[in-house]
Design a protein around this ligand. Sequence first.
Ligand code: PMV
Length: 364
Amino acid sequence: MNSLKRLVRAPSNIALIKYMGKTDAGANLPENSSLSMTLDALSTWVAFERTPSAKGSSGGSSQILLLPELPAGIAGIASGVLRLPHLSAAGRAKVIRHVERVKTAASEILPAFGLRAHTEFDLVLRSANTFPEASGIASSASSFAAITLATALACAADTEAFERAWSTQVELKRAFARVSRQGSGSSCRSFEGPWVLWEGEGAHAVEATLPELSHFVILISEETKTVSSSEAHLRVKTSPLWSGRPERVERRLEKLRAALSQGDLATIARLSWTEAWEMHSLFHTSEEPFSYWKAGTIDALHWFAPMILTQPIPPIVTLDAGPNIHVIVPRTEADAWRANLHGRFGVSALLEDRPGSGAQVVSS
Ligand code: PMV
């Protein structure tokens, strides 16, 4: 087996209908379906180096090395400031376990798509994000999707055949999205785009009739959150507001899907606003209440509230599990919104992106 170097990237995604609460924590199976918009520039880049396994005759398992280093070759390609991930020992162990999971799955998935698999190699992974991690921009979604694609590609004996299949056979992406879900639930929505529905074990793109869109993040705080999303998934079920949530969300999702296919931006905006408030209300009312909001979050929510409730076509405003605020508007209005948001929140407080198409191999 030859040595191989490749670069992949996977975007984050922002859910309008949230995944919050699991029926199976081990497999990351959700209490309710969720629906998100895949992003583009806000992403994780992973460069990997595959070399023949050094375990030789001494036995033992193949080596996996995870380096928070700038992947070579991305300076000048990636837009925005690149940030190195800060991985705790537990976080690192979780990623290594996930790489092993993807290798095991690849030996079944790849042959089913006519691709030969091999899993005896050493792997060095280097990664960087284009946005602050763990602050409500779903860095676990982009990083697990990118690690999944990098490992799947490394397992392909013929990488060019893999790349062809990746760009032409959506079921290959979906098979690895299901594996990615087991590492980080929301990552399964970062393999396709721009609108992705996650139901049960897997995710797939859904139709929408919408104008071209722009996406902004108002960065209220870049601090790492103190309650992990794994912990949030557990605590929400202790809230008195949890009762009826899975059924309520499925009804909201049905309305949102109808609005997406009819291009009804006003309904999308009002449903997304309600859903974001509901998820954060679960956090605020759990038995051990917690909040991701900062003073600036509340200030921004007050600023947006009258627009959402009264404007004929309001912006789509939502929050992830963090203090920062996502705003989605028609691209024809992006210049006006950029000026408006700069004026209100400051130039340095704004990240900008657009809908994207999911995890991709960058170099070959
Ligand atoms: O994938 P996890 O376990 O990090 O869950 C994150 C869930 C939210 O980001 C809060 C909502 C969502 O659907 O993306």
